[in-house]
Design a protein around this ligand. Structure first.
Ligand SMILES: C[S@@+](CC[C@H](N)C(=O)[O-])C[C@H]1O[C@@H](n2cnc3c(N)ncnc32)[C@H](O)[C@@H]1O
Length: 473
């Protein structure tokens, strides 16, 4: 670096962006979430809700799903004894996300060998390159299913919603899209024209430079394939067609990382190969086992999936009266998405009333509330709890809940209010210090706030007057 070099903000005599009053850090790369940015949660938690012996069908709605991680973790965490039908609606307004989720599920249903299916799903999800064998499955077995539908709907109006259900033993997979979106779908199975392994590496590297980090991270960021440290990646030669939509863009932010979507404590507890502290190798083995378990579940118990591609605000129309035992909405309740009022008003009516299931819960995640409150109220207070109270007043959560006929649950039964917070007492124990170090090594802050909601008394009374509900537990 030249001795005379000065940062641009000094030359331009302005405040640098990193201390601007806007929240958050400066982002680089496309704002798209092909990989979740908070650890997966089991939204059912049967044991601490309906009870481990529960045997009634369960309806789940993921209204702004992002990737499939919450679905995979929820299904695989069910007790062995649970055998009743599961109905899972997975919606996202981004067609890239819906197409990838469809491909993950098709891999699970079509590939009969659970090991191979888990391996393919893992790489299509998290690797920039895939093997010839994986690409052949996508091209020869999966794409024809979509092309078949595309041929049949050629004459339909482009904006009409069209559904197709595939049956696999006792399970099924339904996809509802406009004709326009259906026609686009085959492209997610094809490598874009002119895209090569070399080109894929170059466009990825332009966004994802290896940071000063552990060897495992450097290797993953360099080669882009989620493998244990010692495992060669030469067999991965085909750019992942579900990631690269064009020859010139890596579609995620520089900071996006597969480890953000899973509990670091859990996957670091996984045994993996001979390399020590091989975080990405441990994540690989953890996911491989989880996806294998998911495959076994789908091939032995009844699950019906429905994938939709609409804004969450219109789900009440597209779901035509269906009610759910759990609704998970990611962080679209944050004020930079829908905000709490629209979220509760549009999704609350889809939640089952306590007279049908007193454990029915809508789960909201706030990732931006604390930093927003810190900025708005210019508070330096380190304790997020005080900030969230102010935030709730600012957006009048009490009114939002009552006008949606919902009530905030005082006691959480799905996910703790602050699951990523470390013990911040003045006298932390050794374990707290270790948790803190672990948190520092992740993309999480500790201010991620979850809230759980159930149907309130006013709607219960209205539902009762209408009659017709059954008590489940
Ligand atoms: C809210 S974003 C943020 C990332 C998220 N925290 C995660 O871990 O995936 C999650 C997903 O919500 C989707 N989304 C955003 N607004 C939506 C809306 N109004 N309706 C449906 N999906 C929405 C995005 O396309 C994205 O895939």
């Amino acid at each position: 670096m030249k001795r005379t070099w000065k940062p641009r903000w000094v030359v331009e005599n302005r405040t640098p962006t990193f201390i601007s009053p806007r929240p958050g850090h400066v982002k680089f790369g496309a704002v798209k979430y092909l990989w979740g940015n908070v650890p997966a949660i089991d939204v059912i938690q049967l044991g601490q809700n309906e009870g481990a012996e529960f045997q009634t069908p369960i309806n789940l709605l993921f209204a702004a799903s992002g990737d499939l991680r919450n679905i995979v973790l929820s299904v695989t965490s069910l007790p062995q004894s649970y055998r009743s039908p599961l109905s899972i609606v997975i919606n996202d307004c981004d067609i890239d996300i819906v197409a990838r989720n469809l491909i993950f599920l098709l891999i699970m249903f079509i590939e009969k060998d659970s090991n191979t299916a888990a391996e393919f799903m893992l790489h299509v999800w998290y690797s920039a390159l895939v093997t010839e064998a994986c690409y052949t499955l996508l091209q020869k077995k999966l794409k024809p299913l979509i092309e078949d539908v595309c041929n049949k709907i050629a004459g339909k109006p482009s904006r009409t919603l069209l559904g197709k259900t595939w049956h696999f033993g006792g399970s099924s997979l339904r996809l509802v899209l406009t004709r326009e979106a259906w026609i686009r779908l085959p492209s997610y199975f094809n490598v874009p024209n002119g895209m090569t392994k070399k080109k894929a590496h170059a466009v990825r590297q332009a966004v994802v430079n290896p940071p000063l980090a552990g060897l495992g991270m450097i290797k993953y960021r360099n080669c882009g394939v989620l493998l244990p440290f010692g495992q060669p990646c030469e067999a991965f030669v085909i750019p992942n067609p579900t990631v690269f939509n064009s020859c010139d863009e890596w579609p995620m932010m520089d900071s996006a990382d597969p480890s953000d979507g899973w509990s670091i404590k859990t996957f670091l507890a996984t045994k993996a190969g001979p390399a020590k502290k091989d975080m990405y190798g441990q994540l690989h083995h953890y996911l491989k086992r989880l996806f294998t378990k998911f495959h076994c579940y789908l091939h032995s118990k009844p699950v019906s999936f429905e994938l939709q591609h609409v804004y969450a605000q219109v789900l009440e129309e597209t779901l035509a009266g269906k009610k759910f035992d759990r609704i998970e909405i990611s962080n679209i309740c944050d004020s930079n998405y829908l905000g709490i009022d629209i979220t509760l008003r549009t999704l609350g009516p889809l939640l089952r009333s306590p007279s049908a299931n007193r454990h029915a819960t809508l789960i909201t995640t706030f990732l931006n509330a604390v930093p927003e409150a810190r900025m708005v109220f210019r508070m330096t207070e380190p304790f997020a709890a005080g900030l969230i109270t102010k935030y709730m007043d600012r957006y009048d959560f009490a009114h939002a809940a009552s006008s949606a006929g919902l009530k905030m649950k005082e006691e959480h039964t799905i996910i703790p209010a602050w699951p990523l917070r470390v013990n911040d007492s003045l006298h932390p124990a050794q374990k707290d210090r270790e948790d803190f170090k672990l948190l520092l090594g992740t993309a999480h802050i500790g201010h991620e706030r979850y809230m759980e909601w159930k149907v309130g008394a006013v709607r219960v009374a209205a539902d009762t007057q209408l009659g017709g509900s059954c008590i489940l537990s």
